[in-house]
Design a protein around this ligand. Structure first.
Ligand SMILES: [Zn+2]
Ligand SMILES: [Zn+2]
Length: 641
């Protein structure tokens, strides 16, 4: 029989060949790396028999779907290990996640670190058994009697939700209800590490029982696992929550869970970023606007947020009318557009807004600045003519890339997300919008992947993911094309033929959330920010109080040159003061004593560098101001060290 490969070529295989046979026929190397297969677009077990004339795609760990099959299968191995060691544990669900997998168990006692170690060891034993993982179709009655006998109430509940015939997967003597697919056998999951345990409610609802969730990670090779664990260790050292405390940038308080409090140093950083962004937007022809934080129910109904986004919104009542705290800035921008009539000559109209938005997130998912309930978006809405779409999108892509470079992010990935299940508008309009975005990406020869069904409810989008120094990727910028809001809000302009027409709307953000972006910056630089971003750029330390007067003249010269500078005249030991400035990751320490005072110089020590040089005050000021001016990347950062 024949099968078709992704490149369109045909491969002849024996009848009843499996995905594994197909991989083997393509290359032995691929057979070694193969984890699962897509058959006519459907993710399938590698060991399943292929139908004739199928379009197939072999999946390895390099693909997101390959990873997800790998990690999902790892969760089955974990569940088997737990039930072997804790026979009374009830099994529930075990999905793959962005980085690894978890499985939720109902147990009498929370797992201890020792339990985790023993479970991990048992996972490896199960892997060593090479047990084939086999899909067995069973009738609903069979599955029901199996889980009743095993007294697995959660599985019985899940079984109830399944339409059609359920499928069971067997590995060795252990079975689980699952639609699959899975890896061919347990031996793939050799390099596995269990990372942590956390409480999690059954089906995510506080009304249900608290379960024990074990998180883990696994890789096809031990070396990959080692590298990942090293990265995790590095990431922990760079945790922005820890750095935020050490550098006195921000804090969180139970009085407002998920709402960041910005301290003095944090505000300096925040404002430096804002100032830079403001200037860039002005130069790119944007007008800055500011729209209200609270707007009435009618507006949110009209924008579609009421139907599609209400769960994430906060409400209040004013004059007996329901109002919502804005979760997005778009409707406000639309009202400004509608305030006066527009002509085709004005386009594009570009409104930018540093919009403070509030979104309700579950307490469990909050994570420092990465996931908050209040944040500021560097948002903008571009209104343009249909024929201007591609040029506008092109301009925004260039804008985003140039801003990322300035912040020291040279690597990024792009994703095109298409129509989701919950959407407003006509499918034909969606197709048009998706084609426009695709055309731009193709014309610019951008490297991008398509995320089917991941668009916003009003339009398709291009997302930017920046890569930090640990190789982690973070979604930041977004460009969303929208034909729906102009329709819903009846936006108009008078075209050259005198007819009233609808403009097109583009929503876009470069950094995304300011808060989250600052978190990413902190972790990327390990807190040692480039000079232009550092809240304190230089600290002047006189060797003794005899030189305080000279230190003050340097302080004044720095301040006059608009540098953010501090004078440390405390009666502490030199070593102590230097260590403290090191811990606070102040980019530049200026040490002055006898030699410096008499020669009109300064001794300079840059963060993370042992060498210290002596410079004239003029040279020192010129060097620092040039670095700030050019927004030089952090030469002295600990990145890569
Ligand atoms: Zn499964
Ligand atoms: Zn918007």
């Amino acid at each position: 029989m024949d099968v078709y490969l992704p490149d369109g070529s045909v491969k002849a295989l024996a009848d009843r060949a499996t995905g594994f046979d197909a991989a083997q026929a393509i290359s032995p190397r691929l057979a070694k790396d193969a984890l699962a297969i897509k058959v006519n677009g459907v993710l399938t077990d590698l060991i399943a028999v292929l139908p004739a004339n199928a379009h197939i795609e072999i999946l390895t760990f390099d693909s997101a779907e390959g990873k997800s099959v790998f990690w999902h299968t790892s969760s089955h191995v974990l569940a088997q290990a737990v039930q072997e060691l804790f026979p009374s544990a009830k099994i529930t669900i075990g999905p793959s996640i962005d980085n690894g997998f978890y499985y939720d168990f109902d147990v009498d006692h929370p797992f201890t670190p020792q339990d985790l170690e023993a479970i991990e060891k048992r996972c490896k034993d199960i892997a060593a058994k090479h047990s084939p993982i086999v899909r067995c179709m069973s009738s609903r009655e069979e599955a029901e009697s199996y889980f009743t006998k095993k007294s697995e109430p959660y599985k019985l509940e899940l079984l109830n939700d399944i339409e059609g015939e359920p499928s069971m997967y067997q590995q060795g003597v252990w079975q689980d209800l699952c639609r699959g697919p899975h890896l061919p056998n347990t031996s793939y999951v050799r390099a596995v590490k269990l990372l942590s345990v956390a409480g999690a409610y059954w089906r995510g609802s506080e009304k249900n029982k608290m379960l024990q969730r074990i998180y883990g990670i696994a890789f096809p090779k031990q070396a990959m696992l080692d590298e990942y664990l090293h990265m995790l260790e590095e990431a922990q050292k760079r945790d922005h929550r820890k750095l935020g405390k050490e550098l006195d940038l921000f804090s969180f308080h139970t009085e407002g869970t998920g709402f960041p409090f910005w301290h003095g140093n944090g505000m300096v950083l925040y404002n430096v970023i804002m100032d830079y962004c403001r200037a860039q937007h002005r130069a790119a022809g944007y007008q800055e606007i500011k729209t209200p934080m609270i707007l009435n129910e009618e507006l949110w109904r009209r924008s579609g947020h009421w139907d599609k986004y209400r769960e994430n919104m906060y409400f209040t009542t004013i004059d007996e009318m329901v109002h919502a705290v804005k979760p997005m800035n778009c409707p406000g921008g639309l009202l400004i557009y509608k305030n006066v009539p527009h002509s085709y000559r004005e386009f594009p109209i570009k409104y930018c807004e540093f919009g403070l938005v509030h979104r309700h997130e579950k307490t469990g998912v909050l994570q420092g600045l990465f996931r908050v309930r209040q944040f500021t978006q560097d948002d903008a809405h571009i209104f343009c003519l249909p024929e201007q779409i591609e040029q506008q999108i092109t301009d925004v892509i260039d804008f985003i890339i140039s801003v990322y470079r300035t912040f020291g992010f040279a690597e990024y990935k792009m994703e095109l997300s298409t129509r989701p299940n919950l959407f407003i508008g006509e499918p034909a309009m969606w197709d048009k919008a998706e084609t426009a975005l695709k055309n731009v990406l193709d014309a610019k020869k951008c490297d991008y992947k398509i995320n089917p069904g991941d668009g916003a409810f009003y339009g398709p989008k291009i997302d930017f993911h920046i890569k930090d120094c640990l190789g982690r990727s973070w979604q930041c910028g977004t460009i969303q094309l929208d034909f729906q809001m102009p329709e819903r809000f009846e936006l108009e302009y008078v075209d050259s033929d005198g007819e009233k027409k609808r403009p097109v709307m583009i929503h876009r953000a470069l950094l995304g959330s300011m808060e989250r972006f600052i978190g990413i910056l902190l972790e990327h630089f390990g807190g040692a920010l480039p000079l232009w971003l550092s809240p304190i750029q230089a600290r002047i330390i006189p060797i003794s109080e005899k030189f305080t007067a000279y230190a003050k003249t340097i302080f004044n010269a720095c301040a006059t040159a608009s540098l953010r500078v501090e004078l440390d005249e405390r009666p502490e030991k030199m070593g102590y003061k230097i260590r403290e400035a090191e811990v606070q990751k102040i980019p530049c320490m200026v040490i002055v004593g006898e030699k410096e005072a008499s020669s009109g110089t300064v001794s300079v020590r840059f963060h993370g560098k042992r060498d210290q040089g002596t410079l004239t005050v003029e040279d020192f000021l010129a060097q620092l101001t040039a670095s700030v001016e050019h927004k030089s990347p952090a030469k002295n950062s600990s990145v890569g060290e």
